[in-house]
Design a protein around this ligand. Structure first.
Ligand SMILES: Nc1ncnc2c1ncn2[C@@H]1O[C@H](COP(=O)(O)OP(=O)(O)O)[C@@H](O)[C@H]1O
Ligand SMILES: [Mg+2]
Length: 200
């Protein structure tokens, strides 16, 4: 059975799409087949996937979403689902069908508060969820403060605020493909390794 991993966080710009594409390439490079589903009407995941020919992405919405996710699950080991920034009925149904919810969160109190609706949904739907800190600044104590404030399952791995994530996205690539030896690539590897045991 394919594992369905949904990227959700109410706050727009939290890094859902960025984190998703990095993990998609990391898991594919680790030998898994990966399929993508873009539920965000902005369609940025689909545009990223459209720039490459090795990762199939379905765009979907509303009543079609659940069927499209299941169709993707028949084709791949991992199905990665990107969501828009709102927490509605569609997100609840998607979380119900998922094996794992990943919520990227920038280390600021507003982003941390914005986690609540997704935490609530994942708890009610009995789907495991992990928070990953994203765009962590190198200094200033923001990461430590955020780690104290977040009560839900928070991953040790985190992604820094790094230009290469943006540069790679714009080219339909991952940080590891653009700069294999970068800190960004190392962070993504650590993130994928921490998540993989949750998907067995
Ligand atoms: N770790 C990061 N380092 C640098 N820029 C980032 C990082 N994560 C996200 N961004 C940038 O922040 C913006 C929002 O990220 P995005 O992944 O689109 O968020 P979401 O999908 O949650 O709305 C994008 O311009 C993206 O390039
Ligand atoms: Mg997005």
């Amino acid at each position: 059975m394919a594992k369905i991993i949904t990227f959700a966080q109410q706050k727009g710009g939290a890094g859902k799409t960025t984190t998703l594409v990095q993990l998609a390439v990391a898991w594919r490079d680790a030998g898994n087949s990966v399929a993508l589903v873009d539920l965000d009407p902005q369609g940025s995941l689909a545009r990223w996937a459209g720039m490459r020919d090795d990762l199939n992405c379905r765009t979907s919405s509303d009543w079609k979403a659940s069927g499209d996710i299941r169709a993707a699950a028949r084709e791949a080991d991992f199905v990665l689902v990107d969501c828009p920034g709102n927490a509605d009925i569609l997100l609840r149904a998607t979380i119900r069908d998922s094996d794992l919810v990943i919520a990227p969160c920038q280390p600021s109190i507003m982003d941390i508060w914005a986690l609540d609706p997704v935490i609530d949904m994942a708890t009610r739907e009995k789907t495991q969820m992990r928070v990953v800190l994203n765009r962590v600044p190198p200094t200033g104590g923001a990461e430590a403060q955020a780690r104290n404030a977040i009560e839900t399952d928070l991953l040790n791995a985190a992604l820094g605020n790094r230009v290469v994530f943006q540069q790679a996205f714009a080219q339909g690539r991952s940080a590891s493909e653009l700069q294999p030896r970068s800190k960004a690539a190392t962070e993504v590897t650590a993130l994928a390794e921490e998540l993989t045991p949750l998907l067995r």
